[in-house]
Ligand binder design. Structure first.
Ligand code: JF8
Length: 267
């Protein structure tokens, strides 16, 4: 897979030389290229921004500079199988489903904005040219630019490429083992550490009981921390044991799905 990143801070992407992503690059599984947007600026100061039309605070990234950069990197016409990713706080949420979809795209180009963002005509222009353009947000908080989001997208996508994660069973467990639930707690040796012991079932050798305990832990954590994920559980995936545990945790499985409340109060 090929990923091009365009930024005014190429050094921001040094961590991608390390660890799993670095290895994927050196082994040729990932062709990642980081470009300095200022290489496409035309003035002596390599200016990439200008003041907002209509007034207001801050600066906006110029469409002409972005246009020169993206024409060069996307190609004209842009090859099928190319997608332009623009991180922005007003984008659609970046999720594991997004990462899975992007991992199957042969060529991603990630455009990192700064200041108040990129002139809106850039996304509009490439969409009108028939390029797949996706505006993505990491979440509802404010960052200074798209670079951190680009790092997140590259890492989340690269680890899904065949051969990047050493033990592919880790990926299988992630997608099936706890579909839509938070992970269960994990432990290693020693079984006792500073007054803290490991739950005895994990030392029992009963693989069925261990799997059941882990699933229960995943439900307990999800119910405590992520009611949004509870509501998205699929009733058909929940057995009698799950439903009893969910009732204890205050959730009912109904025709309308998984909903809060398990006590029926007499009137
Ligand atoms: C930016 C360009 C973002 N979840 C998120 N919060 N803030 C951003 C973001 C992205 C791009 C720019 N400021 C200027 C903020 C994402 N993705």
């Amino acid at each position: 897979m090929r990923i091009d990143v365009v930024t005014i801070f190429p050094e921001y992407f040094s961590p991608l030389d390390l660890s799993l992503v670095g290895k994927a690059r050196t082994t040729g599984l990932l062709d990642l290229r980081v470009h300095d947007l200022r290489d496409w600026a035309t003035d002596r100061h390599r200016t990439v921004d200008d003041s907002p039309l209509g007034g207001g605070a801050g600066m906006v990234m110029r469409p002409d500079v972005w246009g020169q950069a993206l024409d060069a990197i996307l190609g004209s016409p842009t090859a099928p199988g190319t997608e332009l990713i623009i991180p922005t706080p007003s984008g659609s949420p970046f999720t594991q489903r997004t990462a899975e979809r992007l991992a199957a795209v042969p060529h991603l180009v990630v455009a990192c904005g700064r200041y108040e963002g990129i002139d809106a005509r850039v996304a509009e222009h490439y969409r009108a040219q028939g390029v797949a353009v996706t505006e993505l947000s990491l979440g509802d908080y404010v960052l200074n630019g798209g670079e951190v989001a680009a790092l997140v997208v590259v890492e989340a996508v690269a680890r899904l490429l065949p051969g990047v994660v050493g033990n592919p069973e880790s990926l299988v467990e992630e997608s099936h083992g706890a579909a839509g639930l938070l992970e269960y707690p994990v432990y290693t040796r020693p079984p006792q550490w500073r007054e803290h012991t490991v739950p005895p079932v994990l030392l029992s050798g009963h693989h069925g009981r261990i799997a059941r305990w882990r699933r229960d832990q995943a439900f307990e954590r999800t119910a405590a921390l992520r009611p949004d994920l509870m509501r998205r559980l699929v009733p058909g995936d929940l057995d009698e044991h799950d439903r009893n545990l969910l009732a204890v945790l205050g959730w009912s499985v109904t025709d309308a799905g998984v909903v809060p409340g398990s006590e029926t109060v007499a009137d």
